[in-house]
Design a protein around this ligand. Structure first.
Ligand SMILES: *[C@@H]1O[C@H](CO)[C@@H](O)[C@H](O)[C@H]1NC(C)=O
Ligand SMILES: *[C@@H]1O[C@H](CO)[C@@H](O)[C@H](O)[C@H]1NC(C)=O
Length: 164
């Protein structure tokens, strides 16, 4: 079974369920993808080991840009989110199992950043999607490549990032 969706006037690659879809893999991939917001929003960056491979290449777009390796991702994210609390909500999602040990997914997110201290009550919101490449390791499915694509301007109070 194959389908296409119209996306901003262009066509996404065809997502296929494959000849022998393994429901357990879809569930396991979704569980892995859900580990990211829980790690980030609780500022438990070490838990990203349950999400990324050690050699992940993550393109966070401007201003963070491309990060090579899990340690670089942990360092950059913990620094950029140090002065805010966050909620990353995952919504619309397509998962494609490309082979026995490879998969790809696209997931919309809304990231709310909440100010602290004098910025209590102020918010900055980002809308975008994660485009992920996953591999099945002995530990489970892990994201090996991630591209964050913003789908709208940041809306809200950008000063909250300078609050502490
Ligand atoms: C990173 O992702 C952005 C947003 O999709 C894209 O414009 C940019 O070309 C990518 N950078 C690299 C080095 O691939
Ligand atoms: C950001 O929040 C601060 C503190 O509440 C406020 O003084 C400032 O006007 C806000 N800036 C914007 C662009 O809303």
């Amino acid at each position: 079974m194959k389908w296409q969706i119209v996306f901003f006037g262009s066509f996404l690659p065809v997502f296929s369920l494959g000849d022998n879809p393994d429901t357990a893999d879809y569930i396991a991939i979704r569980q892995t993808l859900s580990a990211y917001p829980f790690a980030i929003d609780s500022k438990n960056f070490d838990a990203l080991t349950n999400f990324f491979t050690e050699d992940v290449i993550a393109n966070y777009s401007t201003p963070i840009n491309v990060l090579n390796g899990l340690n670089a991702v942990k360092t950059a994210l913990s620094a950029s989110l140090a002065s805010v609390h966050t909620q990353h909500a995952l919504t619309t999602q397509l998962i494609n199992i490309d082979g026995p040990q490879t998969a790809s997914s696209k997931t919309y997110f809304t990231a709310s950043h909440f100010g602290l201290g004098v910025y209590e009550g102020e918010i900055l919101t980002a809308w975008g999607r994660y485009e992920d490449g996953l591999i099945k390791t002995s530990e489970g499915w892990r994201v090996k490549t991630r591209t964050l694509v913003y789908m709208a301007p940041l809306i809200g109070n950008a000063s909250i990032f300078g609050s502490q």
